[in-house]
Design a binder for this molecule. Structure first.
Ligand SMILES: Cc1cc2nc3c(=O)[nH]c(=O)nc-3n(C[C@H](O)[C@H](O)[C@H](O)COP(=O)(O)OP(=O)(O)OC[C@H]3O[C@@H](n4cnc5c(N)ncnc54)[C@H](O)[C@@H]3O)c2cc1C
Length: 411
């Protein structure tokens, strides 16, 4: 197994359950990949604030199977995209579709025209089975919506799920996420906000479990050539997988290296002022100079004194440099959250945070070549670059490998 991000860890657990003896080689000093712990001045931060949703079934099942207690790991709340003044959508704790209808009816700052438009558009999506032309952009399938609903709901959902603006994002993938989240079973649209660092979710739990099964996990090990005597599962990012396979599988490699990527930045700040917010995550108003879409109260999420006053400001689809991003987030914390005393802790910019999920994008498949499989958030699948996409892909790749290698037992 090459790579110990969430896809590689999910694949390693599944492969081990299927009887493989797992050897996992990870280039970095720690597991977790793009969803990992980053320690800054004694505080266990993340390389980026993450949000999970209730529809991430395979991720939540995996965490549960590894013994993680959901209530300890996450702050679970019905979908809430409200800003500090209460404007925007907040769903009540009701079964689908009543949660959506009631949430829309109560949305503060929306006119009846806005609300009716969202109901009509949702019914149109539902009638079409959440399907659309493969080349359509998100903006093109939202023609019934008003600018207010686009600004308060669709843009924040699109940029947080696909990390790209609605005019450039794949409607096909967006509608799939929307139908899984907003129009599926109970709790699907809930937000699950990690209470602690990301390492305490899958990476630590999977490492413990794998070691207990006798797996061999080696960090600081950059794989530069593929072995030919054993099945290999590539769980490294697209650009690395492309490099490792360009001789072995040129067509697959070309598809992987053709993917474009977009950045996400997380600006961590501290304030001694009390954060009197209605919820630990706030949507931030869009407008000139606003780059961050969401702010998180890490103190309230963790419930621990050392985190009091720590904020994470998330800048999806980030196009500024680190300093400008930091300045813009500081300005937003001041102007939109009313905070006067702010200290900058650190800004983490992940330049290749996610692949750009554009309309009609062809993603490389799970099978690379004889004896070589790939998994990762970029591998063909129903989801955009998300933890759930990575986990699903990892599980699927391990099962595909097992289908071909019944009887052999090393990966
Ligand atoms: C800042 C940020 C915020 C995000 N927010 C969210 C969110 O809110 N919700 C959500 O669902 N998703 C979010 N995502 C996306 C999510 O983190 C990714 O989709 C997911 O972590 C990808 O996992 P992966 O295992 O496919 O790839 P990676 O995490 O990239 O794992 C690949 C691993 O392979 C290792 N590797 C690379 N090359 C080699 C080599 N040659 N030899 C050995 N090892 C190698 C790497 O070090 C890495 O550990 C976010 C991502 C970022 C960066």
């Amino acid at each position: 197994m090459v790579g110990g991000g969430w896809a590689g860890l999910a694949a390693a657990v599944r492969a081990s359950q299927l009887g493989f003896r797992v050897r996992l080689l990870e280039a970095a000093p720690q597991l977790g990949g793009r969803a990992r712990r980053v320690v800054h001045q004694g505080l266990a931060l993340d390389n980026g604030q993450h949000i999970l949703i209730g529809a991430y079934r395979q991720t939540l099942d995996l965490l549960h199977s590894l013994g993680l207690d959901e209530a300890h790991a996450f702050h679970r709340t019905p979908l809430n995209l409200q800003s500090l003044d209460g404007a925007g959508l907040r769903l009540p704790d009701l079964p689908s579709p009543w949660h959506l209808l009631a949430g829309v009816a109560m949305a503060k700052g929306w006119s009846w025209r806005d609300k009716l438009a969202l109901v009509r558009q949702s019914l149109a999506w539902q009638r079409a089975g959440f399907a659309c032309a493969p080349l359509a952009s998100v903006a093109q399938v939202c023609t019934l919506l008003t600018p207010r609903v686009m600004q308060d709901l669709i843009e924040p959902l699109c940029v947080s799920a696909l990390n790209i603006d609605s005019t450039e994002a794949s409607a096909e993938v967006f509608l799939r996420v929307l139908s899984d989240a907003l129009f599926a079973g109970a709790g699907s649209s809930d937000l699950l906000l990690p209470r602690h660092d990301l390492g305490q979710l899958l990476p630590d739990a999977a490492e413990r479990w794998l070691l207990a099964q006798g797996a061999d996990i080696v960090t600081h090990h950059l794989v530069s050539t593929l072995p030919s005597d054993t099945p290999v599962l590539l769980a490294c990012p697209a650009w690395q997988a492309a490099e490792l396979t360009h001789r072995l599988a040129p067509a697959w490699s070309a598809q992987a290296s053709a993917l474009a990527h977009t950045a996400i930045a997380t600006v961590y700040l501290h304030t001694p002022e009390p954060l009197i917010w209605p919820s630990p995550m706030l949507a931030l108003p869009t407008g000139p100079g606003a780059v961050a879409q969401f702010a998180f109260d890490k103190g309230r999420l963790s419930g621990q004194a050392q985190w009091r006053g720590v904020l994470a400001m998330v800048v999806s689809h980030c196009s500024l440099n680190r300093d400008d991003t930091t300045q813009a987030a500081l300005w937003q914390a001041h102007a939109q959250l009313g905070l006067k005393q702010l200290t900058h802790l650190t800004t983490v910019v992940e330049k290749r945070a996610t692949f750009a999920c554009t309309p009609g994008l062809v993603r490389p498949g799970t099978v690379v070549a004889e004896g070589v499989w790939a998994c990762g958030d970029y591998v063909a699948g129903p989801y955009p670059a998300t933890l759930e996409g990575a986990v699903r892909s990892g599980i699927q790749a391990a099962e595909s490998m097992a289908g071909q290698h019944m009887g052999e037992n090393t990966a």
